[in-house]
Design a protein around this ligand. Sequence first.
Ligand code: ADP
Ligand code: MG
Length: 235
Amino acid sequence: MFSTITLQKVSKYYGNNDALIWALQDITTVFHQKDFTSIIGASGSGKSTLLNMIGTLERPSSGNVLLGDRDVTMLHSNDLADIRSRNIGFIFQQFHLLPSLTALENVCIPLFHQHVPFHKEKRAKELLQLVGLKEKISSFPSQLSGGQQQRVAIARALITRPDWLLADEPTGNLDSETGKNIFELLISVKEINHCGIILVTHDPSLAEKTDRIIEMKDGAIIRDEMIRSQEKVKQ
Ligand code: ADP
Ligand code: MG
């Protein structure tokens, strides 16, 4: 359990000396669990790389990543995977559901290595109800619309009760109305589960509704604005 994620002078480059691509340059910032943070910027500006650093899916070329007070930069990848599976839920543009499994079974995937078979299904059903898919628990991904598939993916990301939800352009494959509905679902998920949400989005109109906007350009943060304070909203 950690309520902050800190990046200290994080840089990431790909390739070798002949053709070096700087995906991230010297990023220092703190993410707070109470916030709904959005990351915007042009294609190729480093949004996904930044999110992957935050979620420990990738290691920085230099700099440090701290989960709470703990520096995890050099942790063994097995230990990082373990931390992720307990604390961080991921949502992607392409849903990444397994086509041969039902909605209910897809939601249970993250629990397969945890030995809680009895409670598994109950929680999965509750989550499918939360995302508005109570009637679809036995449907396969091919029988669901894009928006419905993303709802299954959100339920799957929540099944481990993560402290953080990281979403990389979750509305990117959806029409704008469906995208808006998915965004509204993320807002209510935050209210119910109190998890930190970090959303990468192409859509500035969605970003404007979050608490904090980070704008990327050429691997650097060119804008970091707190547009809404959770404390103030609650008072
Ligand atoms: P965004 O998500 O904003 O579109 P990315 O973080 O995916 O941007 O990419 C940032 C830069 O890093 C781009 O120039 C991209 O081509 C490059 N990049 C990302 N991943 C890799 C990789 N695995 N190998 C080489 N270059 C990469
Ligand atoms: Mg991207």
